[in-house]
Design a protein around this ligand. Sequence first.
Ligand SMILES: [Zn+2]
Length: 584
Amino acid sequence: MTEYFEVHARDAAARVGELRLAESVTTPTLADDVVEDAGSEWVQRRDRPAGDESALTVLPYRGFPSGTAEEVQASFAPDYPDVAFPSAAVVSPQTADDYGADAYVLSGAPGIVGHGAAFRDAVVDTREAIPDDTALYLSGVATPRNVAVLVYAGVDLVDADRAVVRGTQGRYLTTEGAYDLEDLDELPCSCPACQQPVAEFDRDDCVDHNVNALKAELGRVRRRIRDGRLRDYVEGQSRHEAWVTAAFREFDQQYGYLEERTPVMRDSLLLSATEDALRRVEIQRFAERVTTRYRKRLDDHPLLLVPCSAKKPYSESQSHRQFQDAANYRAHVVSMTSPIGVVPQELELTYPAQHYDSVVTGRWSEEEQDFVARVLRRYLDRTDYSRVIAHVPEEGYRDICERVAGDVDVPFEFTVEDHPTTDESLGELQAALAGEPQMWVEDREKATLRAVADYYVGDGAGDELFDDLTVQGRYPKLQALNGDGEQLAALVPQYGTLSFTLAGARKWVASDAPTKRVEIDGFVPEGSVLAPGVIDASDDIRVGDEVVVEGPKAFAVGRAAMPGPAMADATRGVAVDVRHTEET
Ligand SMILES: [Zn+2]
């Protein structure tokens, strides 16, 4: 059982945690203050200063790589039975397992760091084998340039060993490079060690600077994790060293590992500034769910493909208002966008559809065109339209539409002459839709609530949960009521999610829709369910998912604060933020 480490914030595999020592330490951080000499596989114990009960300078290690001689293990056994300490186990990817330790030291880290695929395999294998609420420690490898990617991969603790060694060798480290001291004609840093003329700057100063630079980078990384924006940062920061770029891309091939750890909703910005953004979990997951879970319910209307807008949600942008004025709700609006693919109007609020910002130049890369074309094709395979009105600009969009039009049965019509918002183009759009029936507001609102249920809960969920739906409120503040006027759920405009009531949760559990369940002990949760109270949880629960909480004494509904597999494992931390609860 871990007692000294708790995860407080998650951003995919990266976490901000707390290592409880004499004073709490926020991770990811340098372990140097926590333990000395942990860099070697064989850890030397250091005694605490006599009489100082609070200063924790010992990290007894439990667990050894297989094959370690008994007498060696015995000599390292902790001998402080009266004092509780955090413990760490030294493991390799092959020996990694749950040894009941608070931290796990990956042996041989310097041989792994520097090779993208080897690094990925070692971290993924180890992280998957050890409990989620334990710290992973890579010793002797961190530099200001690589540490963001180490943390992105799932590392919680590093140390300054390499930065110190490089400093003593006269190597000056920055987040983008490494320089020989002799080559520097000025010090490109404003840390305290660098507040002196370059001529007087010696190797001791260089050590201090390197450690300062590493600490400063870890501070930035912690900030980005708390903001849910480490990925954007890493896409840029990984560019300064080839193996780091390779490692970061290797993790994009590890979809399952990252997907399990990536929240399904948040309100932070997703900046798409590189092509790597196409491969991030949030983008792939949205495309996957739109093309496998989402169901179109606004039948009898043609598809109107329009370009995305910079302003989100799209429907509030000036261009989309013009499109809707011309279309007059006679078509089902779907926005085409890089990097997301296609966004049906019902999902315009759903993360990350209203949360991304992309670099708009009007030019689309081949990869962007391929991606959007693939998603559009899959979308059309699953939906049924009589016609497609493509009201899209020439540049990029039209090429994609023409490419897809050749592969599908439904006919495409193009209504843009020069630019989508010119009077001429809007007139063409209006004319193309003449004679088509108008949508009812209520039908659009119902379709929205059901589509969001499909997206979050699973294929068919919208129809299962909301079979006798009535809608209250004005978009986007919609409430889903059953036929008896009882509220089941509400749309949360900020995230484009549903929040269920107890009645909604009961209906969910009784329905054939896939359920996300958290089974708890015999207590009545108030405010939150802590991980130790969780007996079991569905594997497919992600951070941000609505979950039903059931136990011998209570029935509750709330929002997951950790992934399902972690809930079942963890012994610390909030598992579910409970919204409503009742005793049973
Ligand atoms: Zn400096």
